[in-house]
Write a protein that binds this ligand. Structure first.
Ligand code: PEP
Ligand code: MG
Length: 816
């Protein structure tokens, strides 16, 4: 409630113009310590854009949202002008109520004002009074005039809608509503709680005091009632012409770097800016003899080297996956599969007798395979020759020693130049020393580029053979955003690039420093930003990165790399550690999602022809209720001491979710566990199409864009060649998410996204614009995504989202 005292009121004022009246009321606010003087200019400016005349001789000047930081404390001031001042042609104001509101507290004043405005005699009393306390009492609601309620009898048609204007149904949106309603002959009523307003009367609408996110019912009666309701619904959903607020924080995006020096152009493979001397990458030539005398021991050597290379690849896969997600690590899984090919191994083993060495035999087979691939017309397949050679090199290095990418690198920062780099070369680069790289061959979607991005190494690919002619040691500039390498930049360009580097570092600092601030858009909408984690060690870092909780705990990670399933106690302990680290922030625990590409040998699952379409996720849990019940017991016990929600993966049918809930409820009843909110992953197309029905069964949805994309586009998410086309920004995926949000809305449920798309800044903005309330992502993405969301308005994001779902290809969406 706003505190209004006689000191906030000036009686018997005179004003020669509207501007003068605003200046005076502004001065009053300044003198009372409510605002800084600059806010008065903002009030004058607002008047040039919007009309603050309320009617019945009252005006409510106030400043623009962008200058809210000039408000010291919320308050109002009143100027009584008995002789009146012309506000607009033909409209005279006698009571000027200057408003400085940090948020929407002024709605209460507006509500009280409208009670007064209903009654011309009451207004006249305020204009005539010589006692400022009378004005204070009336405006703060301590005294009031009676107001008559309206009925809604016979208003059979209606719609319900949430008012999501940042400050509720205040003067401007209410004016738009009333004006539109007046253009129809039907009578219009608006119900808010137990109050009913005349939809054609601004006063009556304001009197409702509808706050942001308030749900109203709009009813109509008369010959064109349907048309009136359709038009009003559209207008409310479009935001009732609420003005776009000026961004409160900078857009957190820097302009592209423009340099004049000559450059080599390639493909922008990995963003960022590097300044360092050039260094040519040499792969150590692996020397070996062609012949050997003991074929059996050579064959053993080869088998051992293959086994060791497989261990290297598994490590590499795990490291890259942890750092940057499964999709980016997928190439090393593909390398493992290639290595495990029994035919390939046998061919190499066969080449050894009677007197060839293991490395020679291996290289023969690898070269033959690579050449066969190179000969294929399909550029994607022929590109895989590089991967074959990469795997080959790894085994050779194990056979003869050496050959690692880093072995011949200097110990100071450099920009590498190379004809090409393999994914393994790239994964072995130390980002501290390798500031960037430029290759003659390759493209933006090569695995090398994907890994460079995951390591945050700026890179340019496909710059042509000129790269190999460049002089080593010269200071160069590599612009990974534009795909340019400036090998001999001028001093002026070097200075420009160094400044740009500082600006970028500052931007990252800003993101880091502001990571604990909530992601509130410039027009006041909050998006929850939470983390995806796999175990207790990540809970603390998630909070420290600015995560507001955990949107996805992949519990299967507690089951991997062991010889038996974790006991209930072990699972309980792990969960307790996490709830403690989270200190009451929410933790969404996803029950086991094993199957597909996640194998747990000790579960002895039969081999399936299509594991992604097989016994995976909740399907396995419903078959193995022993595992499921143990896990649920551990979760429910941990929920006694922490804020835990449960989520089921791979739900495809209503029967799935009902069965899972039945098991949960029986476990809960057996141990007298606490009630918990229950959600489900939306990652199977059937769940999207039946979102409205599923929403009746659960408290929330979390969209798994990784699986949803693979199932919608029928592209294996880990496929070495298809994975990169399985783009979650495909309009089909975005439309599916939108449909899910719509379905959830009908049942009043919220939707989150925990797939990789949530962690991409552009993806996050589109998702927020589609109505997603919670975004869950890899820990490193949190500060950047929060900063981006804070730099935009929900209105902008809604527009972006609508444009995105109207696109025809993922490429068009990315280009927006
Ligand atoms: C998803 O499918 O998007 C998801 C978040 O789950 P996972 O990646 O663990 O399958
Ligand atoms: Mg999934």
């Amino acid at each position: 409630m706003i505190n209004l005292t006689p000191e906030d009121v000036r009686l018997k004022a005179t004003a020669h113009s509207k501007k003068d009246a605003i200046r005076q009321v502004g001065e009053l606010l300044v003198n009372r310590g409510r605002i800084q003087p600059g806010y008065v200019d903002s009030m004058q400016m607002r008047e040039t854009q919007a009309n603050t005349y309320l009617g019945n001789s009252i005006a409510i000047p106030h400043g623009q949202p962008a200058q809210r930081d000039l408000i010291v404390t919320t308050g109002i001031a009143v100027l009584q002008i008995p002789a009146g001042v012309e506000w607009n042609p033909g409209e005279v104001v006698r009571l000027v109520v200057g408003i400085a509101a940090k948020s929407d507290e002024h709605l209460q004043i507006l509500t009280n004002l409208t009670h007064v405005l209903d009654d011309p005699a009451a207004v006249q009393a305020l204009v005539d009074t010589e006692d400022a306390q009378v004005i204070c009492d009336r405006l703060t609601g301590k005294s009031s005039s009676s107001s008559k309620g309206l009925d809604t009898e016979g208003f059979d048609q209606f719609f319900d809608v949430t008012i999501d204007a940042p400050t509720g149904l205040h003067a401007r949106p209410a004016t738009v509503f009333a004006d539109l309603a007046k253009s129809f002959s039907a009578e219009v009523r608006v119900r808010y709680g137990d109050q009913v307003a005349n939809g054609k009367s601004l006063m009556s609408l304001l009197k409702l005091g509808v706050e942001r996110d308030g749900m109203v019912r709009v009813l109509a009666k008369g010959s064109d009632a349907t048309q009136a309701l359709n038009a009003l619904q559209q207008a409310v959903e479009d935001g009732l012409e609420e003005e776009e607020e000026v961004a409160a924080s900078p857009a957190l995006k820097l302009p592209a770097l423009e340099l004049e020096s000559r450059s080599l152009s390639g493909v922008a493979a990995s963003p960022g800016l590097a300044i360092a001397p050039l260094h040519r990458f040499h792969r150590t030539k692996l020397e070996f003899a062609e012949t050997a005398s003991d074929p059996t021991s050579e064959q053993d050597r080869l088998r051992d080297a293959i086994a060791l290379a497989d261990i290297d690849l598994t490590d590499l896969y795990t490291t890259i996956k942890e750092r940057s997600g499964k999709a980016k690590a997928a190439i090393f899984q593909a390398h493992r599969e290639f290595l495990a090919d029994p035919e390939l191994q046998q061919e190499a083993l066969n080449q050894i007798p009677p007197n060839h060495s293991a490395p020679w035999a291996w290289q023969q087979v690898i070269e033959t395979k690579a050449k066969e691939l190179e000969a294929l017309a399909d550029p994607v397949l022929s590109g895989r020759a590089a991967d074959v050679r990469d795997v080959g090199q790894r085994v050779l290095a194990r056979l003869v020693g050496g050959g690692e990418a880093g072995s011949a690198l200097p110990d100071h920062p450099v920009i590498l130049i190379a004809d090409d780099l393999t994914p393994s070369d790239t994964a072995g680069l130390d980002p501290e020393k390798i500031q960037g790289f430029c290759t003659a061959a390759g493209g933006a979607t090569s695995h090398t580029a994907i890994i460079a991005r995951s390591l945050n190494i700026p890179a340019v690919a496909g710059a042509g053979n000129g790269v190999m002619e460049l002089r080593e040691g010269a200071i160069a500039i590599l612009d990974g955003d534009k795909g340019q390498l400036y090998a001999a930049p001028t001093e002026a360009d070097l200075a420009k690039a160094r400044q740009a580097q500082l600006d970028r570092a500052q931007l990252r600092d800003v993101e880091q420093q502001t990571r604990f601030q909530p992601a509130i858009t410039t027009d006041g909408h909050r998006v929850e930003v939470v983390a995806n984690i796999g175990g207790p060690a990540e809970a603390g870092p998630a909070v420290n990165a600015g995560g507001e909780g955990i949107g996805l705990l992949r519990t299967e990670f507690l089951f991997l790399n062991r010889s038996a399933a974790p006991t209930e106690e072990e699972q309980y302990d792990a969960l307790r550690q996490m709830t403690q680290a989270l200190n009451s922030l929410p933790l969404i625990v996803r029950t086991l999602d094993i199957g597909g590409d996640k194998h747990v040998p000790y579960l002895n699952q039969p081999v399936e022809e299509n594991p992604f379409l097989g016994i995976r996720g909740v399907r396995l849990c419903l078959e193995r209720t022993d595992l499921f019940e143990t896990q649920l017991r551990a979760i429910l016990r941990a929920a006694r001491g922490g804020y835990i929600r449960i989520m089921f993966p791979m739900i495809a049918t209503l029967e799935d979710i009902r069965a899972a809930k039945t098991v949960l409820e029986s476990v809960r009843a057996a141990i007298d566990g606490p009630p918990v909110e229950v959600g489900m992953m939306v990652e199977v197309p059937s769940a999207v199409l039946m979102a409205a029905e599923f929403a009746q069964e659960v408290d929330f949805f979390s969209v798994g864009t990784n699986d949803l994309t693979q199932y919608l586009l029928a592209m294996d998410r880990g496929h070495p060649t298809l994975a990169k086309q399985a783009d979650a920004l495909h309009p089909a995926v975005l439309r599916a998410i939108y449909q899910t949000v719509q379905g959830a809305k009908l049942a009043g449920k919220w939707v989150g996204v925990c797939g990789g798309l949530a962690g991409e800044p552009q993806g996050a903005m589109i998702l927020a614009g589609l109505g997603v309330k919670e975004l869950s992502m890899d820990i490193p993405s949190i500060p950047k995504v929060k900063a981006r969301l804070r730099g935009a308005s929900m209105k902008q994001m809604k527009r972006l989202a609508q444009r995105a779902i109207a696109c025809r290809t993922a490429e068009e969406v990315r280009a927006l």
